[in-house]
Design a binder for this molecule. Structure first.
Ligand code: OGA
Ligand code: NI
Length: 358
């Protein structure tokens, strides 16, 4: 066993999962097949596209979360990624630790992550989608001029074919990420490629999550409540279930039902800021259980470190002033990561810290 239950995992009483989480009224389901028809026939399937854009707009506005089917990522590619992940987490602990992340390289295997200063009941493997990924040096305190570092992946020798399967998965899901970005641009009445430039030197990464069965699932969480800080997340989950989303309308936690061959999409803090609060990055968490281990694979679609994030100029005017001060993505990401890595006494950085006083 890699994880031994101890007090570091215990959530404050108000954050502990209730035994029953609502499964009704779950997040919207969006069928992306109109997009592929568009490609095959060279368009213009305008009516189908309009319906799709309206669905995505409503989902982003009401939930910040939705599931997609007919997304164009081949099933075989996804299955090879699952096999790679299961194979890796089935290796002996000492084998996994050969690629453990440390103060120098934050990529690779890790089993001691905190969310809001409470330990998560999980182990992960992180890799970046484009190498090298350039980010401000995590060790620097900030304030001064940042040193930049180049992140490179640490690939394990075992299981065989691990790297190939995940590189292939990264390519396929990155394509989906750009497609979703186009759809989101359209929902904001912007040209489809309006946001693409921010991802030129992207800092996107993929995480393999493994949540072992937990002896005290009523006290701990697989991932504590949080919002994803990047632009978009594309998540594959297995059939166990455990992802809970905070419903915008009433603040209830709602369990996301696993749907075969689907992805869960959520908008992150950056889309919240770009859209000037039209869309909200929804809070979510992972509940664990005492019987079945669970696997998930999020793709965190993040812009270049040098991108200054602020409400898009087209969406603000005198009547709708910008709700946020601009901030630098690399700095924000670094500060967030530092707080996950170490147990800190201070509150970790959140997007509302950039909210303008009204
Ligand atoms: C995350 C996350 C959800 C899941 O890793 O940020 O929210 O279902 N994961 O694993
Ligand atoms: Ni998340």
């Amino acid at each position: 066993m890699v994880l031994e239950f101890d007090p570091a995992f215990i959530q404050a009483p108000e954050h502990r999962p209730k035994p029953a989480v609502a499964e009704v009224g779950s997040i919207p389901l969006v069928d992306l097949s109109p997009l592929h028809l568009l490609e095959q026939h060279g368009g213009p399937l305008v009516a189908g596209l309009e319906v799709l854009v309206a669905q995505v707009e409503a989902a982003c506005r009401d939930w910040g979360f939705f599931q997609v089917i007919n997304h164009g990522v081949p099933l075989a590619v996804v299955e090879r990624a699952w096999a790679a992940s299961r194979g890796f987490f089935a290796l002996p602990p000492e084998e996994r630790r050969r690629v453990r992340r440390d103060e120098v390289n934050p990529l690779g295997y890790y089993e001691a992550e905190n969310t809001k200063n409470v330990r998560d009941w999980k182990e992960v493997f992180d890799f970046v989608v484009h190498e090298p990924a350039v980010i401000p040096s995590p060790g620097d305190a900030g304030g001064g001029v940042d040193r930049l570092i180049e992140l490179r992946n640490q690939w394990p020798q075992l299981p065989h074919g691990f790297r190939e399967a995940l590189v292939e998965y990264a390519h396929a899901t990155e394509e989906l990420a750009f497609t979703l970005l186009e759809l989101i641009s359209l929902t904001l009445s912007l040209p489809p490629k309006r946001l693409h430039g921010f991802f030129k030197d992207q800092t996107s990464f993929i995480r393999l999550n493994h949540y072992p069965p937990c002896p005290s699932p009523h006290l701990a969480l697989g991932v504590g409540r949080h919002k994803d800080s990047g632009a978009l997340t594309i998540l594959a989950q297995d059939d166990v279930g455990g992802l809970d989303v905070r419903r915008r309308s009433d603040g209830e936690w709602v369990r996301v039902k696993p749907i075969p061959n689907s992805f869960i999409i959520n908008v992150g803090d950056i889309v919240q800021v770009w859209s000037n609060d039209k869309y909200e990055s929804a809070e979510h968490r992972v509940s664990v259980n005492s019987e079945r281990e669970r696997f998930s694979i999020p793709f965190f679609f993040n812009p270049a470190h040098y991108v200054m994030v602020k409400p898009l100029a087209e969406l603000v005017d005198e009547k709708n002033p910008a709700n946020y001060e601009e901030f630098n993505w690399g700095e924000f990401f670094k500060t967030r990561k530092n707080s996950n890595f170490k147990k800190l006494d201070v509150e970790n950085i959140q997007i509302y810290h950039f909210k303008k006083a009204k």
